[in-house]
Ligand binder design. Sequence first.
Ligand SMILES: O=C([O-])CC(=O)C(=O)O
Ligand SMILES: [Mg+2]
Length: 650
Amino acid sequence: MISLNRTSLLSNSGVNGSGINARRQRCRPPAYVKVLASRSNQDQKGIATSERSGSALVESTLKETKDHAPSSCVSVDLDSTVGGGVKDVYGEDSATEDQLVTPWAVSVASGYNLLRYPHHNKGLAFSEKERDAHYLRGLLPPTVVSHDLQVKKMMHNIRQYQVPLQKYMAMMDLQEMNERLFYKLLIDNVEELLPVVYTPTVGEACQKYGSIFRRPQGLFISLKEKGRILEVLKNWPERSIQVIVVTDGERILGLGDLGCQGMGIPVGKLSLYTALGGVRPSACLPVTIDVGTNNENLLNDEFYIGLRQRRATGQEYAELLHEFMTAVKQIYGEKVLIQFEDFANHNAFDLLEKYGTTHLVFNDDIQGTASVVLAGLVAAQKLAGRTLADHRFLFLGAGEAGTGIAGLIALEVSKQTGAPLEETRKNIWLVDSKGLIVSSRKESLQHFKKPWAHEHEPIKELVDAVKSIKPTVLIGTSGVGGTFTKEVVEAMAALNEKPIILSLSNPTSQSECTAEEAYTWSQGRAIFASGSPFAPVEYEGKVYVPGQANNAYIFPGLGLGLIMSGAIRVHDDMLLAASEALAAQVTQENYDKGLIYPPFANIRKISAHIAADVATKAYELGLATRVPRPDDLVKYAESCMYSPAYRNYR
Ligand SMILES: O=C([O-])CC(=O)C(=O)O
Ligand SMILES: [Mg+2]
């Protein structure tokens, strides 16, 4: 829980002695804040010096990375210590007298500052003793309340708001004011608050992020920061970072290019890393890369907070991303997990391929969504009475989610049946904006669509593709709302006793069909799940509970498993392990209600199981660095999880 101060972290490299560092850590008092002495003129010059050394460092690192380009699946950057240490890049430890340095320091928070510091603030829950010891007398009204009562009061307040965005803003304010209360609220009321801090409300928050922005919740790295990203990372108040969620805002949910305002997504995803997966908040870093936006409305919006230019592409884009990826590994080490989120297709696949062999990276939209859908399909075997290999799949949408899911299904069927991948792919068909993906289109297809171009006559309309392909499973990953029309759903219901229909696009407005439509148009026979939550539906006297096939089931547990095993690469087998672990958590009681996912209320237990199975895979594959391997990985996962309980201050 304790964040390292800068001086000690810098001396924690393999280059400098660690004895002083160890001593400093041992004698830390309880409630720390980090302080950067205000920048004098002299300091400004110091920063300029840092800039130069920073960019020189990045350049040399870029060169090294290029020169050591990996040929095999796993390569380790020998320059960064596995423990996340960094070299004394700014010369702060080895500075000579005439060399300018940044005066980082730590201090104990007390009095008014303690109440303003979200990591340590407890509001009215400070005990009498703490109020005396920490100079809080008079700053708080006399009542001392329990954590539970604070939760009750906040829930009462939040329920007063009718507008979801107001609830969202109340939650963001709470996170900025009292972090442990925020997480206790979220953990104790996960089913009610997930749609507030996450999908679908986070989509609206991103659309209006320029207007509602108050305080930094993550790092904005724009083209202006090119050449000094390492320095920008050092401005973040925490140094022991374990997970970064990064977006460039080009494909925010199904809402398209929201530029810099996509920041709401990494912030929301990381709050789930903590609440659902137990990764401590100080280890999470939200990042938005701003290379401009092609969204004309935003470019003309006076409240827009990002760069007012069209998106940089090609080499300019690649160089900024590469500097970021290099700087992250340089500062946080080999084992920091970087989750790519809501990048547009054309960059998402390339980034995953480019950095998959050198960094611990994972694309949530390609891999996380695939893993959650596969889990649902594995669970649905019980309800639909068919094995995965017996299904025929049709997708609407052949982007990250569509081809990611298709690929993972093909891999799992191939593992289950021993059939080659090329064979198992033949049961999987995709429709994109131009119609069914068929061999005659192969030449003009983007590379990630090519494996799905099978022999068939061209078909333009989805409903005709349904009639011709006769799928048992229909999956919507198009990002376009309302595309599973009555005709389409009826065609599925005419072909199948229990059609599986998944409308995965987010937020709710982009869902291919609603739960009500799926149940009504299939006369209550559909097995339905969606990316955004839908309320239960009553149809002809019976209540149907839709599942939520959202990657939020997977990434928190997957991330915890990677972190706790010290994994250095993500492997497809870990995604399969996560799917199976999630499917195994669906109980008979859930099946009896027609559910193919367990309720989110049990998510921390589910995440612990996913984490344990992912970690097991990491050890099996030789990708784990935490030794010795803990015997009971479920117990170990639970023991690693962040608890929002208040700590007592001396
Ligand atoms: O954020 C979500 O709810 C799921 C997701 O990754 C997306 O739709 O891009
Ligand atoms: Mg996403």
